[in-house]
Design a protein around this ligand. Structure first.
Ligand SMILES: *Cc1c(COP(=O)(O)O)cnc(C)c1O
Length: 365
């Protein structure tokens, strides 16, 4: 089998152009005689790669001068701890909107260090929608949201107004998929392995004035000020991943930047959702108004059909479609790197599967 259509939720498909470019430079990065994997992170060549990566990200995301860009490790999951350890004062409280497993994990971690106000949740219907978001609790140190809920396939379609309370967002699964007004956020974080590169870096975009509010005992490696002062080179960064992120960003710019990605992502998602809405066999599980453009969960009427579908899909080169173990069913993750053709072919296969598994005309409920 050649390359497949990879619907993995993360780590996820990378643009083929990027993989080819990386392959062509793997032994000798631009005449340096070394691979980026081998060079000193203090070398001018690598420092150039870091600077270019940050520059591209600033350009593509429209990051204003008020915000710093950090390349950290530990995944988005470490940000669940770093955010409170840097922004939540002793005895302080923070607001969390609970829209799924990741949001819940973030809130649980913060509760180790202070008071968490669960200001809104969509738990009552298994996180199938985005709840109304109330204004911040007076005195809250920050207000935390998960802009795209990778497991349940929902996304925020508008930014909650939080006034002077900094808005903190986990954008792991929709970063660079649609335009974002970075200035509205105090802090944005994202593991890069969904839309930006291979696993190994967590991107943090933080407003300058929020740096330096850590607790006295916050470990050095978990302090934003340390990483900011050292240009994300306090210790050895995953150099190869920085380089891969740079290639992904270059490709994104070549294709027309974030607005063009957004247009393509909407088109791709429409192809899949339109079919799901017309199908008598498949059913999307997220509320229409809050549907994610990146992760599309759906189910068949029985567990046997789910399994048969996944098995047949895999045999045809549509892989990693199994839903998250907490939700079951099927999930197609269609990040920036998924070509429209992949989604169209998947829908073609779904139509064919439906025709072969007719439910005698009874509409599926
Ligand atoms: C994948 C994901 C995470 C976890 O990321 P890690 O880098 O594995 O820690 C957190 N939040 C969201 C929204 C995710 O999609």
């Amino acid at each position: 089998m050649g390359r497949v259509y990879n619907f993995s939720a993360g780590p996820s498909a990378l643009p083929e152009e990027v993989l080819k470019k990386a392959a062509s430079e793997i032994l000798d990065y631009r005449g340096s005689g070394q691979s980026v994997m081998e060079m000193s992170h203090r070398s001018p060549v690598f420092e150039g790669i870091m600077a270019e990566t940050e520059g591209l990200l600033r350009e593509l995301m429209g990051i204003p001068g008020s915000h710093r860009v950090l390349f950290l490790q530990g995944g988005a999951s470490l940000q669940f701890s770093m955010v409170p350890l840097n922004l939540l004062p002793e005895g302080g409280a923070a607001d969390y909107v609970i829209t799924g497993v990741w949001a819940k994990k973030a809130a649980e971690e913060a509760a180790r260090y202070g008071t968490v106000n669960p200001v809104a949740t969509s738990k009552d219907r298994n996180f199938a929608y985005i709840p109304e978001t109330p204004p911040p609790t007076p005195g809250a140190a920050y207000y935390h949201i998960t802009t795209n809920n990778t497991i349940y396939g929902t996304r925020f379609t508008s930014v909650p107004g939080t006034g002077a309370v900094p808005l903190v967002a986990d954008m792991s699964s929709n970063i660079l998929s649609e335009p974002v007004d970075v200035a509205s956020y105090g802090l944005i974080y994202a593991g890069v392995q969904k839309n930006l590169g291979p696993a190994g870096i967590t991107l943090v975009v933080i407003r300058e004035d929020l740096i330096g509010r850590h607790r006295a005992w916050t470990p050095t490696m978990l302090r934003y000020d340390i990483h900011a002062e050292n240009g994300s080179l306090y210790n050895t960064p995953p150099c190869w991943i920085v380089y891969m992120v740079k290639l992904v960003l270059e490709e994104l710019r070549r294709l027309g930047g974030v607005p063009e990605m957004h247009r393509r992502n909407r088109e791709k998602a429409d192809v899949l959702y339109d079919y799901l809405d017309s199908s008598r066999l498949f059913r999307g599980t997220a509320d229409k108004k809050d549907r994610s453009l990146m992760n599309v969960p759906f189910v068949l009427p029985t567990e046997e059909l789910n399994e048969a579908f996944l098995k047949e899909a895999e045999a045809r080169g549509f892989v990693n479609l199994k839903g998250h173990r907490l939700v079951g069913g099927i999930r197609a993750s269609i990040y920036n790197a998924m070509p429209r053709e992949g989604v169209e072919k998947l829908v073609q296969f779904m139509r064919d599967f439906e025709a072969r598994n007719q439910r005698n005309g009874a509409p599926h409920v």
